[in-house]
Design a protein around this ligand. Sequence first.
Ligand SMILES: NC(=O)c1ccc[n+]([C@@H]2O[C@H](COP(=O)([O-])OP(=O)(O)OC[C@H]3O[C@@H](n4cnc5c(N)ncnc54)[C@H](O)[C@@H]3O)[C@@H](O)[C@H]2O)c1
Length: 282
Amino acid sequence: MQELSGRTAVVTGAGSGIGRALALALAGEGVAVAVADIIPANAQQVTDEITAAGGKAIAVECDVCCRDSVATMKSRVLRELGAVSLLFANAGATSFEYLPDMDQSDVDWMIQVNLMGVTHCLEAFYPDMARAGDGHVMATASAAGLLPGWVPYHAPYAAAKMGIIGMMLNLRIEAAEAGVGCTVLCPGGVESGMKDNNARYRPDRFGGPQEGGVKIPEGFFQQADLHFRPASEVASLCLEAVRHNRPMVLTDSSLRQTYLDSYHQTVMSAFDELEAFDGQPG
Ligand SMILES: NC(=O)c1ccc[n+]([C@@H]2O[C@H](COP(=O)([O-])OP(=O)(O)OC[C@H]3O[C@@H](n4cnc5c(N)ncnc54)[C@H](O)[C@@H]3O)[C@@H](O)[C@H]2O)c1
């Protein structure tokens, strides 16, 4: 998809961080943007930034955990901006906790906001694109889904993000047949609002919203080597990926070796052991 101008995009989690940067970058390319977020004041602020710069945007309150909320958001976008041919299912929240310390609502929230949030948005917007034979869907996973051993105390989040990677790489096969582009974004560290605001994103049925950001267990920073990239650079990488229909976007090149040493190594060892097993006389 070379020409973005004149299209309509939905960006979830667009009130802050990567989503905000995507919304601004898209609007700068002449795309009309639905700035969707669970915090309406933040969605409005980004919308005001876009319109002040001469772009077109509407702010839409939406909780991606909730199918009905996504459906209501879709109706408003279709009514006010027309057919959607770009989806950035980006909203998410994180947690760093030992699994036995997490209660059911902690785990449910992680799966709902991250994995089901993307699923609800794809359900709402992908079928229309497939029928039209035009469009692009991108979902935000995480390097934590690609490299499950990268950062510790992150199990439900890593599960949800790995699920998004599986969903998008698999969807990409049928999306290509339908003429729709499909990309998964796997950010490493990115400058964003999550560190300070994460608990505020928690919907009431999961015990939120609460004050504050992310609790980091002791010892975390000894185990995780994080580099933080500006969100505007991530948005530029994403728009290039849409233009060239790339399958995956990464943001931290230092993670190549981590990938080889962790996930790749784990899978290769399992193949070696299987081959050794199969090579044994029965
Ligand atoms: N920042 C990083 O280092 C990093 C790394 C890997 C992955 N990610 C992923 O990037 C995405 C964007 O996060 P960010 O880093 O820009 O953080 P951020 O905190 O700046 O933005 C997250 C946005 O999502 C919104 N949101 C949260 N729950 C929502 C819900 N239920 N419905 C609608 N909107 C909701 C928040 O209000 C917020 O505006 C997330 O999916 C996150 O998991 C971020």
